[in-house]
Design a binder for this molecule. Structure first.
Ligand code: 5GP
Length: 113
């Protein structure tokens, strides 16, 4: 995959409001938040989208969800948050480095728009 702006954020070449980091993932505030809390959780490994993940990525995919729950707890919203992963342009994906949106702090409609 070609590199995205998220690789530059991982390397700290451009700033981001980081809320969590370890050797496998990085979580930072979305620059254009769609809810009072809007955090992006990304693997440090470059995977363009969920559909491009392989069986080698099984652990990191699960890890991202576990971390999402922990981050929601740290942010005080563990009882009400929404996770979104857009896969592909027609599903709303604009940055082709896999990311989980963690949204909280307002009510959400179902079905999503
Ligand atoms: P997507 O539309 O691909 O699911 O989500 C990409 C998200 O990345 C969008 O919500 C957008 O606001 C966010 N984003 C794009 N560029 C940057 C950036 O440079 N910094 C941060 N913090 N978020 C970004």
């Amino acid at each position: 995959m070609s590199e995205t702006i998220f690789s530059k954020i991982i390397r700290k070449e451009i700033p981001a409001e980081i809320v969590y980091e370890d050797d496998q993932c990085l979580a930072f505030k979305d620059v254009n938040p769609q809810a009072p809390i809007h955090v992006l959780i990304i693997p440090k490994k470059e995977i363009a989208k969920v559909a491009d993940a392989s069986s080698d990525d099984q652990n990191i995919l699960g890890y991202l969800l576990l971390k999402a729950g922990e981050i929601a707890q740290d942010l005080g919203v563990k009882d009400a948050f929404r996770l979104v992963i857009n896969n592909g342009e027609n599903a709303g994906q604009t940055v082709f480095h896999l990311h989980v949106h963690l949204l909280a702090g307002r009510s959400f409609n179902w079905p999503p728009g």
